[in-house]
Write a protein that binds this ligand. Structure first.
Ligand code: 6GU
Length: 241
């Protein structure tokens, strides 16, 4: 997969050199290019924004500057992502869908956002465009959201995560439940014991305990996820809880 990211703060995306995403890049599984939006300006001051039509606070990013930047990056196989708090919520399902794409282009806005004609223009030209929010809070710009999108998508690419089983079991995976609590050595620490069942060697009991923990934890912390559960995904013992 290739990912191009356009920002007025390319340095903000330096963490993409690190850890799992950095390794995916050096191993050739992921090709990430970060671009400075100001390279697409033509004026002496490298202006990227202006005052909003209709008045109001803040500045809006100019569509002509974004047009130059994106025309140089978008092609038939591209999917344009615009991080914005007024987009649809980015979820694990979104990450899974994006992981099948050949080319993602992420346009990071700042200030009050990017002139709305940019998304409209590329949609009209037949490019897939998704405006996505990473949650119901406001950030100063799309860069941190871009880091979130790239990490969530990159780890789903074949070969990026060492043990693919860890993708199956984790939170927000297939079952729609939060993950069960995990423990390791030492068995006793700070007066707290790891649950006996995990040291019992009974695979079946361990599985049942983990499933119960996932269910009770989800019910307590995320009742919205319980409401959204597909009943067909529950077993007899689940339903007895
Ligand atoms: Cl994608 N961008 C900004 N600026 N703020 C956000 C966001 C995105 N998602 C949640 N808040």
């Amino acid at each position: 997969m290739r990912i191009d990211i356009v920002s007025i703060f390319p340095e903000y995306l330096a963490p993409l050199e690190l850890s799992l995403v950095g390794k995916a890049r050096t191993s050739g599984l992921l090709d990430v290019h970060v671009h400075d939006l100001r390279d697409s300006t033509t004026d002496r001051h490298h202006t990227v924004d202006d005052t909003p039509f209709g008045g109001g606070a803040g500045m809006v990013m100019r569509p002509d500057v974004w047009g130059v930047a994106l025309d140089g990056l978008l092609g038939e196989a591209s999917h344009l992502l615009i991080p914005t708090p007024s987009g649809t919520t980015f979820t694990q399902r979104t990450a899974e869908a994006l992981a099948t794409q050949e080319h993602l282009v992420i346009a990071c806005g700042r200030y009050e956002g990017i002139d709305a004609r940019v998304a409209e223009h590329y949609r009209e030209r037949g490019i897939r465009v998704s405006e996505v929010s990473i949650g119901d809070y406001v950030l100063n710009g799309g860069e941190v959201a871009a880091l979130v999108l790239v990490e969530a998508v990159a780890r789903l690419l074949p070969g990026v995560v060492g043990n693919p089983q860890s993708l199956v079991e984790e939170s927000h995976g297939l079952a729609g439940l939060l993950e069960y609590p995990v423990y390791t050595k030492p068995p006793s620490w700070a007066g707290l014991e790891a649950p006996d069942v995990l040291l019992s060697g009974h695979h079946g009991r361990v599985e049942r305990w983990r499933r119960d923990q996932a269910l009770t934890r989800t019910a307590e912390l995320r009742p919205d996820l319980i409401a959204a559960l597909d009943v067909a995904m529950l077993d007899r013992a689940d339903l007895a809880r």
